[in-house]
Design a protein around this ligand. Structure first.
Ligand SMILES: [Zn+2]
Ligand SMILES: [Zn+2]
Length: 344
């Protein structure tokens, strides 16, 4: 399935085509802070090559580096890796490979976007030393931290991510964006200023910035989990360590989560009763809210987050188009649970 730079097929057509392509794929993520002189040209280089390997995913490039979440058909893996190693900006970049190899595709198209920054953190990078990052922690060291009363574990992810999985005893700030997380954490951790601080996130990229930011805010002993939860899960498996991470690792692709341990730590948002950590997007495209649902509720509500969404979805397309403008304001007010939409 070779596609040109601009793919005009509808979302549904792409999803169907991706599903029909049953070749086994490696899902991976990687990032690097590296000077990229011409992000536009770099973007084109990635698109040309990765389209030829039928890769899919979501990649951000900026002058400051690259942040990629993608999949590669196994048949092209060696060629893909060889090409990566031949690129000066990418050579030796650590891959974080997904644990689960489900049958559902992780992505169904390839997008490479040029951005101002590879992670939206809202910080002015000239106002502090971004290279003064914390030391890394291995999985073993993270486990020691979890069991150490003099250590504080901080989840640098958003509330909807920590809701389904987190390290035992971790502080999980109730925020919806990484910007808010960075605003909130220095104040939140003030009482722990003299303790050892361990940060973690999905794949490690957010902690690079967050550790430097906390050090700038006067915290002395700040470390972060190398390669994030994704790499932690690999190390735990390889070395036969106990997992102090409970539940699911939320991921930003079609799978929405990777199971790390058997515990289910969250409840269905609809009945607020049954344990569940399965995320869904509301079937009503103009709502598309992310919610946790149990099997019974999802079946009863037919994949919609609410009765209203189901009724609205029956309206003619034109009416829906007009409604779409106002719908989210309306639905945010009347929904019983917090509305979350993933930044894409
Ligand atoms: Zn339920
Ligand atoms: Zn809905």
């Amino acid at each position: 399935m070779n596609t040109t730079a601009r793919d005009l097929r509808s979302r549904e057509e792409k999803r169907l085509a991706a599903k029909a392509d049953t070749r086994p794929r490696v899902t991976l993520s990687f990032y690097r802070y590296v000077q990229i002189a011409n992000p536009e040209a770099f973007r084109q280089r990635l698109l040309d090559k990765w389209n030829s390997f039928d890769c899919m995913g979501r990649i951000y490039v900026a002058h400051e580096g690259i942040n990629a979440q993608m999949n590669v058909p196994k048949v092209y893996w060696n060629e893909f890796d060889t090409w990566i190693q031949s690129q000066p900006e990418l050579s030796g970049i650590p891959y974080k490979i997904a644990v689960e190899e489900g049958d559902a595709p992780s992505f169904f198209k390839l997008t490479v976007k040029v951005k101002e920054k590879i992670v939206a953190d809202g910080l002015d990078d000239t106002s502090f030393d971004v290279t003064n990052t914390g030391q890394y922690l291995t999985a073993e060291e993270m486990n020691e931290y979890v069991n150490d009363p003099d250590a504080v574990i901080v989840d640098m992810r958003n509330a909807y991510e920590s809701e389904v999985g987190k390290f035992e005893g971790a502080i999980t700030p109730n925020v919806e964006t990484f910007r808010d997380e960075l605003k909130k954490t220095p104040e939140l951790l003030r009482i722990h200023k003299d303790k050892k601080i361990a940060l973690y996130c999905t794949g490690g990229i957010r902690c690079e910035k967050a550790s430097a930011w906390l050090k700038h805010n006067g915290f002395k002993d700040v470390r972060h989990l190398k390669g994030g939860i994704i790499d932690y899960a690999h190390q735990v498996k390889e070395k036969g360590l106990p997992s102090t991470f409970k539940g699911k690792n939320f991921v930003f692709d079609e799978r929405l989560g990777e199971r790390i341990s058997d515990e289910i730590i969250s409840k269905c948002h609809l009945c607020k009763k049954n344990p569940s950590d399965t995320h869904y997007h509301c079937k009503n495209q103009i709502c598309h809210t992310l919610f946790i649902g149990c099997d019974q509720c999802v079946e009863k509500k037919d994949g919609y987050c609410s009765w209203v969404c189901k009724q609205v979805d029956k309206l003619p397309e034109n009416t829906k188009k007009v409604l779409a403008r106002y719908y989210n304001i309306y639905i945010r007010k009347r929904q019983p649970f917090k509305k979350t939409r993933l930044a894409n």
